[in-house]
Structures are given as C-alpha cells and as structure tokens.
Design a protein around this ligand. Structure first.
Ligand SMILES: [Zn+2]
Length: 295
C-alpha cells in the first residue's frame, strides 16, 4: 500500500465502510433510472450511453464486485479567523479487476467519511479500459496487458505504460500498480518521470494513461489480431433485468466513446489538485515538522 504522506495509525479499519442499502435507492439521474429500471444492464452499456454517471449506486448495481483502495491520505492545515483547521484529502481507486477502474478524491475533516466519499467519487469517474497482448515477446493473445503504449501526464509526473509478456507482473511504482491491478491488467512495464512522490499526480497520470487506451479507436481487424478487449471479460448482467437482456443482446454493441463526463470529471480532479497545492502553501509552521520526514 503506497504511503504518500499518510501517517501511522490514521487508516481506519475496513469495516468502517458499510455496504449501501440499494433497496432504498431512489435514482435522481436519467442513467440511474435506466439502470434501476433494467434498461441498462452492464457497465459497458452505461458508459456507451454517454450519460454521466452521477450516482455511485449505478456502479454498485452494475459492478457489484468492485474493490477499492486508498492511495493517499494527505493532511492539509489552514489558518482561519477561529484558529487552525485540519482537513484530509483522500485519493481512492475503485475497480472490478476486469476492465473498469475509477479514481476519486474527497476532502473533509474526518478520514473515514472522506474515504467513503472519495470511493463514491471514484465510482462516478469510471473508465472502460482496453486490454490486450501488445507485446511481441509474448504473443499469447490473451488480454492480460496493455494493447499498446500509452502515456499520461499530471503536474510534473509523466507515466508511460507499455505492454509486457505474461509473467512480468506489474513492473511499475506502487500507486500505478494499484490502479493497474484494479483495472484487470496483470502485466505491464512502466516508466515514470517527474515527482512521483506527489501521489496524487502520480495516480492521475497513471489513470490518464489508462484512459488513453479507451480513447484510441482500433480497427476491427487489428483488434481481433491483438485480441484487444474493451471492458469486462465476464460481463455481469444486472439480475433484475435478466429477461429483457436476452432480447437486447442481438443488437451489436456500440463503439464506446470517451464520454464528456469522463473529461469533465478529469478536469475536476486536476483542478482540485491545484487547489490543494494552494492550500499546502498556506501550511502553518507546525506543518513544517511534517516536511522533515519526507526525503
Ligand atoms: Zn500475451
């Protein structure tokens, strides 16, 4: 687990994140209603619809097996009229380990609730990753790695991810490793430049790189040859609508496009990152002690 600026003893126990009761869910967005009503039954369809995923319950229903991981717990302090205010900025990754992964951040005065909100934000910021076997050293034609080389940037950090043959594992830093693992990629080579100790930028850059796999359109023949797979291998179909799916499955799946939502969420994250930078410059003298423990 990457440490970032996290301090000892601040990570709350896992059971502080209770399961949501989905039977009480009353969707407010169009996509939410389509999912609960059973018109949209897979995460691939939800993303292909182009509708923004604004409610985390959508992901809870369509991808019930998601795992989450806290990538960074960052404490920021700010002086106000009434004294010192301590806030936590949490960065979380969520994924089904099979083609879908999301990155989210949240800030708040308490760690536990902020983690829950960061996980929910990650769920509303999911991307569909293209996987494949793009390594000429492998040629196994299983979707275990990246289909081609991708590069992502955030702040000073640049992350380049390359296809690797089976057995290499995730030859990347801890933060990128968590993101790749939850996206379902098991073998990859990574190259990073810049200040990767800034966990947030490292995570954003790795996530942007994965987003590129979704954005690149691959001609059908090549996709077939490289065994490129978009999204999940084992498609989970929302049970409520099992009957209506059979009828719909005849329709050809649409080519998913990079949704406007993804872009907007991405910029939100970047904005928040820069906002945080501002706040860290306002750190008080007490905070200077913390800086010492960083190399
Ligand atoms: Zn391979």
């Amino acid at each position: 687990m990457p440490r970032g600026r996290q301090r000892r003893g601040q990570r709350p126990p896992r059971d502080s994140r209770p399961e949501r009761d989905l039977s009480q869910w009353n969707p407010k967005t169009k996509l939410g209603k389509l999912v609960l009503g059973g018109t949209i039954t897979t995460m691939g369809e939800a993303i292909a619809s182009g509708l923004p995923i604004r409610e985390p319950e959508i992901v809870d229903i369509l991808l019930p097996e998601t795992e989450d991981e806290v990538l960074d717990v960052n404490m920021v302090q700010r002086m106000t009229d009434s004294g010192r205010r301590v806030n936590f900025v949490i960065t979380c990754v969520v994924g089904n380990k099979d083609g879908f992964v999301g990155l989210g951040r949240a800030r708040g005065r308490e760690v536990g609730p902020s983690i829950r909100r960061a996980i929910d934000n990650a769920k509303t910021n999911m991307i569909e990753v293209k996987r494949g076997c793009g390594s000429w050293e492998c040629g196994c034609f299983r979707a275990h790695s990246l289909p081609f080389r991708v590069v992502g940037r955030s702040g000073s950090v640049e992350v380049s991810l390359k296809p690797a043959p089976q057995g290499v594992g995730l030859a990347v830093g801890d933060v990128a490793k968590s993101i790749l693992r939850l996206s379902g990629i098991t073998d990859a080579w990574g190259l990073t430049r810049g200040h990767t100790k800034t966990t947030v930028n490292y995570a954003l850059a790795a996530f942007e790189a994965l987003r590129k796999t979704a954005a690149v359109k691959v001609p059908g023949g090549l996709a077939e040859r490289l065994k490129i797979r978009q999204g999940a291998e084992q498609v989970y179909v929302h049970k409520l609508a099992a009957a209506s799916v059979a009828a719909e499955s005849a329709a050809a799946p649409e080519e998913p496009e990079l949704t406007a939502n993804g872009r907007i969420e991405g910029t939100d994250l970047a904005e928040e990152a820069s906002e945080e930078k501002k706040e860290t410059t306002e750190k008080t003298e007490d905070e200077a002690d913390d800086k010492v423990e960083k190399p």
